[in-house]
Design a protein around this ligand. Structure first.
Ligand SMILES: C[S@@+](CC[C@H](N)C(=O)[O-])C[C@H]1O[C@@H](n2cnc3c(N)ncnc32)[C@H](O)[C@@H]1O
Length: 372
């Protein structure tokens, strides 16, 4: 390996994937033990009503309560309500409910504080999940989940029962929704990116082209870890408009080109390494095959393509089950795929799956090259 590796203090080392999976298995066993100890009707209600917890967290995030608790320290409901112009008795009931669920701390003097788990609700937290929380609890999302039955009955997207345009066009036309969705992608990717950045010696393949790379969070992390690497970020015009801020935060702007393009029609050709995180799961098999063929055309001899996606276990085992349902609801035929489905899809576009690299995140890196 001739590559110069830089160690940026901003990019944490990821724990070993095996250790994380082991801890998650224990967590699942403990939760299922706790559920089995409750009378079944109560265990069931607890599960069903957990959506309300999510809504309450969404509301205190949206209204700025979490930010104020993070910046101003513990406060009671009256003080919070007066600073944020809210109805104090209603706010108190929400804070009390969250505190009794262990998600806030309620002191004897009536002050509330965030806990270790809820601190990332604040926008200035280094691992902030503010946009993710807003995204999941947004009306736009809640409405499609309320139509899950429609997708089960018809096999078609619940999104299309509510909107004329697809989700990308919908976001593009609504600046606030656009900022929340793409902010959420940056947050999710920020947590997973260090492990993917260290999974391969990227610079040895040539320039890295991140197809549908959003605002550049993954590419910026890879370039920060691999000091000799260069990148090209490709996404829709309004999305890449947010990239200069992210790239400059990681000090990699001078090694990254930004291209606004429709990735289903074409991507910059002749780059050695193509990266594609969470794009295929939004596409039906037919659209995914056509996109892969288009990207294959752009690949030089010896080039590589890495998909970063959830790999659904063929039998049993944990995966991001509900992300698969989210794709069913908001896309037109998108889904999470098993290893054999991914192998088949790649083959249908003239690509062969070389290996799958597991990481501590729920997603894997699927490395492919031109077949034959
Ligand atoms: C689920 S997000 C993933 C973003 C990024 N890869 C990540 O994982 O953080 C999908 C991305 O694909 C982009 N995208 C979808 N269809 C596109 C198209 N036809 N042309 C350009 N970008 C597209 C969206 O704008 C969005 O940024």
């Amino acid at each position: 390996m001739t590559e110069r590796m830089t160690t940026s203090p901003a990019i944490p080392k990821a724990p070993p994937a095996g250790l994380v999976r082991f801890a998650q298995r224990i967590q699942r066993r403990v939760s299922s033990f706790a559920e089995n100890m409750s009378p079944p009707p109560f265990a069931l209600l607890d599960l069903v009503m957990s959506r309300w917890v999510s809504d309450a967290l969404g509301a205190i995030t949206r209204l700025g309560v979490a930010d104020l608790l993070a910046s101003g320290g513990p406060k009671d409901a009256a003080a919070l309500a007066s600073e944020l112009d809210l109805h104090a008795p209603s706010l108190y009931r929400v804070l009390r409910a969250l505190a009794r669920r262990g998600l806030l701390v309620e002191a004897d003097d009536g002050n509330f504080a965030l806990t270790e788990v809820t601190r990332p609700l604040a926008k200035d937290h280094p691992s902030s999940m503010r946009n993710m929380v807003l995204e999941v609890t947004r009306e736009r999302n809640v409405e499609v989940w309320a139509r899950l039955h429609h997708s089960i009955k018809t096999g078609s997207s619940a999104w299309s029962t509510l909107h004329e345009e697809d989700m990308w066009a919908h976001l593009d036309a609504r600046p606030e929704e656009h900022a929340i969705f793409h902010g959420a992608m940056v947050e999710l990717t920020r947590e997973a990116a260090p492990a993917f950045a260290r999974a391969l010696d990227y610079a040895s393949y040539g320039t890295i082209c991140d197809i549908g790379g959003g605002e550049g969070q993954l590419l910026a992390t890879i370039l920060a870890v691999h000091g000799a690497a260069r990148g090209v970020l490709v996404d829709a015009p309004k999305v890449v408009a947010g990239a200069p801020r992210v790239l400059s935060e990681y000090g990699v702007s001078d090694r990254c080109e930004i291209v606004a393009a429709d990735i289903l029609r074409g991507v910059p050709a002749g780059r050695g390494f193509y990266l594609d995180k969470n794009i295929l799961h939004g596409l039906s098999d037919e659209l995914a095959r056509d996109a892969l063929r288009t990207w294959r055309e752009a690949m030089p001899e010896g080039g590589k393509l890495a998909l970063i996606e959830v790999v659904v276990p063929e039998r049993g085992g944990a995966y991001l089950q509900f992300l698969d349902l989210q794709m069913m609801l908001v896309s037109f035929g998108g889904k999470e795929r098993t290893r054999s489905e991914l192998t088949e899809l790649l083959a249908s576009a003239g690509l062969s799956l070389e290996r799958v690299i597991d990481t501590p995140s729920p997603m894997s890196l699927i490395l492919a090259a031109r077949a034959g």
